[in-house]
Design a protein. Structure first.
Length: 222
């Protein structure tokens, strides 16, 4: 596939670009400050707020081939909900016009708590400490933006409660609208394994619009 990664120099975006390139996909790595070229990865200096330039890249006008899928991995520090919602809507608009599927790497806040209640993770202090409330709220707003878009083909992938750089094991468990925890009762995954899940989802799309993943501790049977 030809995969455009928007936010390709961030923690998740850079790993998605590397994972997809390693599997033989052609990656268009979009970022305001592009990184280095890698195997099957072409860095492109484009900011997500420059809609005409983003559309040109996705349509293939500047790269000799339209994208088959877009991965949106944009985040801001400190969190800027207005920017995140606007960027998401802009990418969905362009993708809908071009007939391109969008995978949004979002947040865990919109998932249901795993305790059997209907309490959103964003409102559960067991998973979202007070200092992360604005981050969780931005992720919820981003999902609502996707759900309100009438024409786009999208899937929203929520990471677990903790996402951090680590090891690529290739092991994870997939779920839908409820936060997952591992055998150790932790809700976490490495950014490397999240990238594996992202590319798996692009290669073999499921029917769900909202999905989540968590690290899987046990090794697969030989």
């Amino acid at each position: 596939m030809r995969i455009a990664v928007v936010g390709a120099t961030g923690m998740v975006g850079s790993r998605v670009a590397t994972e997809a390139g390693a599997r033989g996909h052609q990656v268009l790595a979009l970022s305001r400050r592009p990184g280095r070229e890698g195997p099957n990865v072409t860095p492109i200096a484009v900011g997500v707020t420059d809609s005409p330039a983003v559309r040109e890249v996705l349509a293939g006008s500047a790269t000799n081939g339209a994208a088959d899928a877009v991965v949106l991995t944009v985040r801001t520090v400190p969190v800027d909900q207005e920017f995140l919602v606007g960027a998401t809507r802009a990418v969905l608009d362009i993708a809908a016009q071009l007939g391109i599927r969008v995978l949004v790497v979002g947040g865990a806040g919109a998932l249901r708590s795993p305790d059997g209640s209907d309490l959103p993770v964003a409102d559960n202090p067991a998973y979202v400490p007070a200092e992360w409330n604005t981050v969780a709220a931005a992720g919820v707003a981003q999902l609502r933006t996707c759900q309100a878009h009438a024409g786009a083909d999208w899937v929203y992938l929520s990471p677990p409660a903790l996402l951090e750089p680590g090891e690529r094991t290739g092991r994870y468990r997939r779920g839908t609208d409820t936060l997952l925890t591992g055998a150790d009762r932790r809700s976490w995954i490495s950014a490397e394994d999240l990238a594996v899940a992202v590319v798996d989802e692009l290669e073999t799309a499921g029917p769900e619009r909202l999905v989540t993943v968590v690290h899987r501790d046990e090794r697969p049977a030989a």
